[in-house]
Design a protein around this ligand. Structure first.
Ligand code: THU
Length: 131
């Protein structure tokens, strides 16, 4: 699937954002190894700390539907500039798509692309997996 198409889907996903506290809408879209697409938006909470970002919403939706390997994630927001995932989201992305790519776009329609592993070169990465 084309990067521009994933950007469009992420942009649409942001419209479901529940963000009454920040007013900042974010949408994300992950492309799985199997070729399926899952979307997510940020969902805020009055306790603030219970809020979840769009990226993790998309990843958790996909994992809970049985997909654990992702190729690409696109992120869009209501802001003018490129929206990059927060540190917690990058660590979660690294778990499921260490060889994957991030695609972001700004208001002018310019697209940027990054390798997930380049976003956090010293991520926590001990050999803890048991199964
Ligand atoms: N947010 C995301 O959903 N993804 C990001 O990449 C950055 C921040 C959300 C969290 C919060 O709901 C709002 O944007 C403002 O920080």
């Amino acid at each position: 699937m084309e990067d521009s198409e994933l950007i469009k889907i992420a942009d649409k996903a942001k419209e479901n954002s529940y963000s009454p506290y920040s007013g900042f809408k974010v949408g994300a879209c992950v492309l799985t190894e199997k070729g399926n697409v899952f979307t997510g938006c940020n969902v805020e909470n009055i306790s603030f700390g219970a809020s979840i970002c769009a990226e993790r919403t998309a990843i958790l939706k996909a994992v809970s539907e049985g997909e654990k390997n992702f190729k690409k994630i696109a992120v869009m927001s209501s802001g003018k500039n490129f929206t990059y995932p927060c540190g917690i989201c990058i660590q979660v992305l690294f778990e499921f798509m260490p060889e994957g790519e991030l695609i972001v776009s700004n208001n002018d329609g310019k697209i940027e692309k990054y390798k997930i592993k380049d976003l956090m070169p010293y991520q926590f990465n001990e050999k803890l997996k048991k199964y």
